[in-house]
Ligand binder design. Structure first.
Ligand SMILES: [Zn+2]
Length: 310
């Protein structure tokens, strides 16, 4: 079947040599450019408008097609757009969490990524546990270890357990506080951290003007399924900020974390409620046949070889 669409997502695009420890696995800019060229030789590089028409059932695609997406509003993406997408005439979708722009506070998981990538693993564990209030400290908990091992198949048991603790057990606000505390111990100010990691409003506006699309990714980047009563406020803040920057309400959403557990049970009702036409997950695969426009499949850059050779 030629009518199929693949979304490919990118996070960190920068020199991998600067990180010796696990936590950030960036793609070098030259490897990004090579992957884009490889894809463009094989597939139609669809515009966001073409993708919207296809997933909405209003238009067909000229053949197997690819749309590139970028999550989290990172500075790396501004450079990728300028050096790689622009010269090739490729238009993409950039999903932005607004907390760094509005509050000058970093997204929790980015602080954790950086802390892990720049510390000895044992040192990170020690420093993290030292800031964790006693009531949250996991003693030997085989059930939790088993759940962590099921979700974090690529991590060591110790790393998997810590990620599970971070993503599923500890309250988001507590994690945010601990990660900020750890940054402070390293003499990194949160404002400086944001300046180094995220695009400014001006940079995001320039992406819109270059024909790229801006999409919602939550204000705080907390998983939508864990926000409870704070869900609407989080999403409305994100929408308000992005509408202000881009001049129109975002119609695309990328669910933070992207996995089953982080996607609202009723994705279609969720998208209806907040005015989104297109919702992207990180469920692996091409989109073809009967499409689910509010829970579309999307792969990460490291899954391209596997999915595209099939
Ligand atoms: Zn994200």
């Amino acid at each position: 079947m030629s009518e199929r669409l693949l979304f490919i997502n990118y996070h960190y695009i920068r020199d991998p040599a600067q990180y010796v420890h696990p936590g950030i696995h960036p793609l070098a800019m030259t490897d990004f450019a090579a992957q884009v060229d490889w894809l463009a030789e094989r597939y139609h590089m669809a515009t966001p408008e073409e993708a919207e028409g296809f997933v909405g059932g209003r238009a067909s695609l000229p053949g197997p097609s690819v749309v590139l997406t970028f999550d989290d509003g990172m500075l790396d993406h501004q450079r990728a757009a300028r050096e790689v997408l622009g010269p090739r005439g490729i238009r993409s979708v950039f999903f932005v969490s607004s907390k760094p722009l509005v509050e000058h506070q970093a997204v929790m998981v980015h602080k954790i990524h950086w802390l892990r990538a720049t510390s000895e693993p044992a040192e990170f564990h020690r420093a993290f546990m030292a800031l964790l209030p006693a009531e949250w400290r996991p003693d030997e908990d085989p059930e939790m270890a088993a759940k962590a091992a099921r979700i974090y198949v690529y991590d060591s048991p110790e790393d998997g357990r810590l990620k599970y603790l971070i993503n599923f057990v500890l309250p988001y606000a507590l994690m945010d506080e601990i990660s900020s505390g750890l940054l402070a111990q390293r003499d990194v100010s949160e404002a400086q951290f944001c300046d180094d990691l995220y695009m400014t409003e001006g940079a995001i506006k320039a992406l819109c003007q270059a024909g790229h699309r801006i999409g919602a990714h939550g204000h705080s980047h907390a998983p939508f399924t864990r926000l409870g009563d704070a869900l609407a406020a989080d999403i409305e803040s994100n929408i308000a900020c992005l509408t202000d920057i881009g001049g129109e309400r975002p119609r695309w959403v990328s669910y933070p974390y992207g996995r089953d557990w982080a996607i609202p049970d009723n994705a279609s009702g969720f998208c209806d409620r907040f005015g989104f036409d297109v919702g992207l997950t990180l469920a692996v695969g091409w989109n073809q046949g009967v499409l689910e426009p509010f829970a579309l499949k999307r792969i990460n850059t490291n899954e391209v070889a596997e999915v595209c050779d099939a």
